[in-house]
Design a protein. Structure first.
Lengths: 386, 427, 310
């Protein structure tokens, strides 16, 4: 160490280092423990006894996951210390700032992602133990006796559901797979149509001339102020009159006119400079080409965001889909409604609800990971910045 | 270029999915029999027994077949309301007990008196059938019923010296009679021994919703509405006494944990974690607590001036006016709830019977369920109003104001009674 | 030239027509129908065909409904706290993650991800975090300040003074990632040259932020404010999941819920089958919001005119 090192900086570094070590140990410790828990849950069978076996297996794995966490903490410490020592003295202030920034972001990520972790952990807990808090460490939410029973019950592969399903072929079709497929069809079709129509409409409101455009837009905004539940009964009338009750069209058709979508896209398109459109028009592009080549690529991050949000809305639109469902027909039951069928009457079985939520969130996470390349990385290479 | 191929493949796959999965036709199996639709909210285990009973009934009634259709319990009310609006309701349905009065007032369900219900009325548990009684006429049959009793944590009782050291590792039949307090006065005394605020341990925890509070009110003999359903009686002296006692558990004696506050954890969770020594709970949680490896017992609710008592919950089955075959529906529902089928149902599913004829025939292995059967005999009647949710919304805030010490019981219940009278009973 | 504009109009109308067709089919009738319902009493049966005409009685009842005015006040407070907090949080995240940063896209994804969670799940989890005696917050404060602290005895959701704030914090943390994505996308449309010109003029970072970034992000900020207002007026699920309208406070003899926002009050009316009164409440809310908007615009335009005179 060189002797002209600033003592205050060293002190700050020490504190940040201590925070980093604790955080990396705790976070990776929980993640590795979660991994061990998943492994033990998968290697044992159904029922309460196998949950105890899984618990024993997990206990045996304790040194492994603790050891891994220690290794991660040590490796990270070595890396950071080395980098700090290598950094030139005048750059060390910036280095500390950056380190603080990363730690703050990490804390933020832990706070916002904690619900996901909690949801995952709870879905592995056996019935009755969802609410039991660890006596040694109240923050340790990884179950000590994990089981896959909740997932089995959701997918109807447990003994009781198999017995019930054997009684009736139609009833047997009422399973998670059917609900999932139904919701997938409803949500993707709806999201695609909403984004298409809303981006076309938003383009007009943002960049085109139309008589009474402003007034029309204000009127649309005003209708957003009325809560959607007021429209539920009349829309239900209309759907029934059209003979669509119990069909998949009924699940999304009344919600295709998304004022929210048009508003969001219009506001974003307002930030796109007009000069780009004029340039394209001078090059002889047709109206549709301008829309497709200039507007859509520039607004793609927001269009994808709208797609995701609309998908999400239809993926979890319980009340509306409930009232237009024909429960005699398994092909009419969507995921949110199907998941409500699991929920008991008196016992709100948290483990069961959470494992069902896990299943319904998986496709969204996949969609998101696929799309994030476009709407998160896509942003960094905007056409305007060159 | 690769990317474009990927997108094309995705679009083709999606279109294939649409053509395979976009099928809205209903599979029916016509064999000449008339179909009666029964919307129920049972779970998998219950549905197995239900189908067994349906098969038995169909052999005696070859003209009909019953199609049980499960709908989610969360949302069965909006589903039925909207279906009835366009006339697409089922022939019969299982509904929450609090919904029967609304259905009857809105002229949607059949008065069972016209089908000869008087002759078999005495079979049913009075507290359970009470919820179907709207203005002296009966619009439904109970199919499932339950109540709450006092659960106690045996380990915490042992630590406080309230459970004899000779007691075994698990609760025996009738143990509660020597262990649990018998009156609310005793309850407070016991509570002080069981509470240790420094360890975060409390003797008791309660929720504040009217349905849960009915237990307290019933032990004081207080009624919410008069028998004919025209007058609100919640400001009676008995009710004031009950609410004052409830409030004193928290504010004066400090043996209640404050679990009635918004955002506090539920009595159930505190009980499972060994923080609350006693809670009121229904039979539906017995299996769950056993799974949580708890050492607990169940006993009767302490007695107030009107003796021990409890509330009633459960579900009823109703027949809709839209059905052309009300008599066949009635025949099935009475068959479904007769003593013989109740015995089969209750022993298979560990549920309390609603048919008095089944009471002596049902023997549970679980002693706690026998305690519940005993408790059920002392159940008080539920208030039958056209909108129980609104009744809760009007009364709960006032009782919370008492519990948090912002109002005294007399004043709060007075204004609750006024609002209930104006907005629920007279309108 | 005239031909050109009419052709332009036709193209614009063509682009807009699919949306307008759907809007006209599925929203115009419900809007008029619910307005029509607001002049009728509660239905006596399920068919909704024999309703009793009550004229303006529903609107008159609102004027004297203390619960409604209280819930409107709570809604205003909810909006006043949640909108600026939400905008600041998402703008701060966007500015932080617009820099060159290792693992930037991981952080962006992570902050956006809570948006996909169900509101009820979020509600359950935050209730457990805030719960006195058991929750994470109570554990931390007990460790720091001893067991006799507010977070451990009453809990944030248990006190009428803090319950609304606690709900807002949970909602802001859930929604900040969405605002972040909007701001990040809009930041890409600001030409680099503008900042370079400011650098030459010797502008400080703060000046660049207030004079360049914020004005150019104005459309997004307007969007966030307006959707924030709408979100506050329609707020319901978060209240339902976390507090059910409580804790109760006594105000001049009336017991009212400290988190009972207008959307929650409206839902309760709707759930009780009072369609007429619920419709009247939602139109009253619309009138009040539009009135405030109009007033605010008039004041703004007068200010602009005064500044122009100077």
């Amino acid at each position: 160490m060189s002797k002209d090192m600033h003592p205050g900086r060293v002190f700050a570094f020490m504190i940040l280092l201590a925070i980093m070590i604790t955080m990396s140990y705790v976070i990776s410790g929980q993640l590795f423990k979660f991994g061990a828990m998943v492994i033990s849950a998968f290697t044992t069978g159904e029922g309460a006894e196998s949950a105890m076996q899984a618990g024993e297996l997990m206990h045996k794995l304790t040194p492994v996951h603790n050891g891994l966490a220690v290794i991660v903490a040590i490796v990270m410490t070595i890396c950071v210390v080395q980098r700090f020592l290598r950094t030139k003295n005048e750059m060390r202030g910036a280095f500390l700032k950056r380190m603080f920034l990363y730690e703050a972001l990490a804390v933020g990520v832990v706070v916002v992602l904690f619900p996901f972790f909690w949801m995952l952990c709870t879905s592995f807990k056996p019935s009755g133990q969802e609410l039991v808090i660890s006596k040694t460490n109240p923050f340790d939410i990884v179950p000590s006796e994990p089981t896959l029973d909740n997932f089995r019950r959701v997918l109807k592969t447990d003994a009781a559901s198999v017995a019930a399903g054997a009684l009736d072929p139609i009833e047997n079709k009422k399973n998670f797979g059917t609900y999932f497929l139904n919701s997938l069809l409803v949500a993707t079709t709806a999201a695609f149509l909403v984004t298409l129509f809303a981006s076309m409409g938003a383009y007009v409101f943002s960049k085109k001339e139309l008589p009474y455009k402003q007034q029309m837009f204000m009127l649309l905004l005003a209708t957003m102020m009325i809560p959607g539940m007021m429209f539920m009964v009349p829309q239900f009338f209309m759907v029934c009159k059209m003979g669509l009750f119990g069909t998949k069209w009924a699940m999304f058709l009344p919600h295709l006119a998304s004022v929210f979508g048009i508003f969001m896209l219009k506001q974003f398109m307002d930030t796109i400079p007009d000069s780009l459109i004029e340039a394209a028009q001078i090059d002889g592009a047709s109206e549709w080409q301008v829309f497709r080549v200039v507007i859509v690529p520039l607004a793609l991050p927001i269009i994808l965001t709208l797609f995701l949000l609309t998908f999400l809305f239809h993926w979890s639109n319980f009340l509306w889909q409930l009232i237009v469902t024909n429960f005699e027909n398994p092909l009419s039951i969507t995921l949110p409604v199907g998941l409500a069928l699991f929920r008991g009457q008196y016992t709100s079985e948290l483990g069961l609800i959470m494992s069902a939520s896990c299943f319904s969130i998986v496709p969204i996470a996949v969609l998101f990971l696929f799309a994030q390349r476009y709407f998160i990385e896509g942003m960094t290479q905007g056409a305007v910045k060159e | 270029m690769k990317e474009r191929n990927l997108i094309i493949i995705a679009v083709i796959a999606y279109l294939a999915l649409v053509f395979v999965g976009w099928d809205d036709s209903i599979a029916t199996s016509p064999d000449g029999r008339t179909i009666l639709t029964f919307w129920h909210t049972y779970n998998d285990q219950e549905e197995v027994i239900l189908r067994e009973i349906i098969k038995k009934w169909e052999t005696g009634n070859p003209k009909f077949t019953i199609r049980p259709v499960r709908i989610p319990f969360d949302g069965h009310k909006p589903k039925l309301r909207t279906a009835l609006t366009v006339g697409q309701g089922p022939d019969m349905a299982r509904v929450d007990w609090s919904f029967v009065c609304e259905l009857a007032r809105k002229n949607a369900v059949v008065d069972l008196g016209t089908l000869g219900f008087e002759t078999i009325r005495a079979q049913y548990l009075p507290a359970a059938i009470g919820s179907c009684n709207v203005g002296g006429k009966f619009y439904g049959l109970p199919d499932q019923s339950n109540c709450v009793a006092m659960f106690y944590n045996r380990q915490m009782f042992r630590d406080a010296g309230l459970l004899p050291a000779t007691a075994g590792d698990s609760a025996e039949a009738g143990e509660f009679e020597n262990v649990l307090p018998k009156t609310w006065e005793e309850f407070i005394e016991f509570g002080k021994k069981l509470t240790d605020e420094s360890k975060g341990q409390y003797a008791f925890a309660m929720l504040n919703t009217l349905w849960w509070n009915l237990t307290f009110l019933n032990t004081y003999g207080a009624r919410i509405v008069s028998e004919d359903g025209t007058k609100c009686l919640i400001d009676s002296d008995a009710a004031v006494g009950a609410v004052e006692m409830m409030a004193s558990l928290f504010a004066k004696h400090k043996i209640e944990a404050g679990a009635w506050r918004p955002g506090a954890i539920t009595p159930e969770q505190g009980f499972v974690n060994g923080k609350y020594a006693m809670i009121m709970m229904g039979p539906w949680n017995l299996a769950k607590f056993k799974n949580a490896k708890m050492d607990f017992g169940v006993g009767l609710i302490p007695a107030g001036p009107a003796g021990t008592s409890t509330n009633v919950g459960g579900t009823d089955v109703v027949i809709f006016k839209g059905s052309k075959y009300a008599e066949a529906c009635y025949s099935f529902l009475t068959f479904f709830t007769n003593a013989e089928n109740q015995v089969r149902w209750c022993t298979a599913l560990n549920q309390l019977p609603i048919n008095l004829g089944a009471y002596d025939l049902v023997k549970f292995e679980d002693q706690h369920l026998m305690t519940f059967m005993e408790q059920m005999k002392h159940a008080g009647p539920n208030p039958v109003v056209k909108d129980f949710g609104l009744l809760e919304d009007l009364v709960n805030p006032e009782i919370e104001a008492v519990l948090s010490g912002q109002k005294n019981a007399k004043e709060a219940l007075g204004s609750a009674a006024k609002k209930v009278q104006e907005r629920l009973l007279d309108s | 030239m005239a031909i050109r504009t009419s052709q332009d109009t036709a193209v614009a109308a063509g682009f807009l027509s699919p949306f307008m067709l759907l809007f006209g089919t599925f929203l115009i009738f419900p809007i008029f129908y619910s307005f029509y319902l607001s002049f009728f009493g509660s239905p006596t049966d399920y068919s909704l065909s024999n309703l009793e005409f009550v004229g303006l009685a529903n609107y008159k009842r609102i004027i004297g409904d203390f619960q409604f005015w209280w819930s409107l006040g709570v809604t205003a407070l909810y909006g006043v706290i949640s909108i600026p907090l939400g905008i600041c949080a998402s703008l701060a995240l966007a500015l932080l993650l617009d820099n060159k940063l290792f693992g930037k896209s991981f952080f962006r994804s992570a902050f956006f991800l809570p948006n996909v969670l169900d509101m009820l799940v979020v509600g359950v989890i935050w209730t457990l975090i805030y719960a006195p005696k058991f929750g994470a917050l109570a554990q931390i404060t007990t460790w720091l300040m001893g067991e006799n602290n507010f977070f451990n005895t009453t809990g944030l959701l248990g006190s009428p003074y803090t319950a609304l704030l606690a709900v807002v914090i949970a909602m802001v943390l859930k929604g900040a990632g969405f605002g972040m994505v909007l701001f990040l996308a809009a930041l890409q449309n600001i030409p680099e040259a503008v900042y370079e010109a400011a650098d030459i003029d010797g502008a400080s970072e703060w000046q660049k932020f207030t004079k360049i970034t914020v004005p150019l992000l104005r459309p997004i900020i307007i969007f966030m404010v307006i959707t924030g207002v709408i979100g506050s007026l329609n707020a319901f699920t978060e209240i339902y999941a976390m507090t059910s309208g409580g804790p109760q406070v006594v105000m001049g003899g009336e017991t009212v819920g400290s988190t009972s926002v207008a959307g929650y009050y409206l839902f309760k009316q709707f759930d009780s089958g009072n369609y007429g009164y619920a419709a009247a409440i939602s139109y009253m809310l619309l009138i009040i919001t539009l009135g405030i908007t109009w007033l605010q615009q008039r004041i703004a335009s007068r200010n602009d005119a005064m500044e122009a005179k100077k």
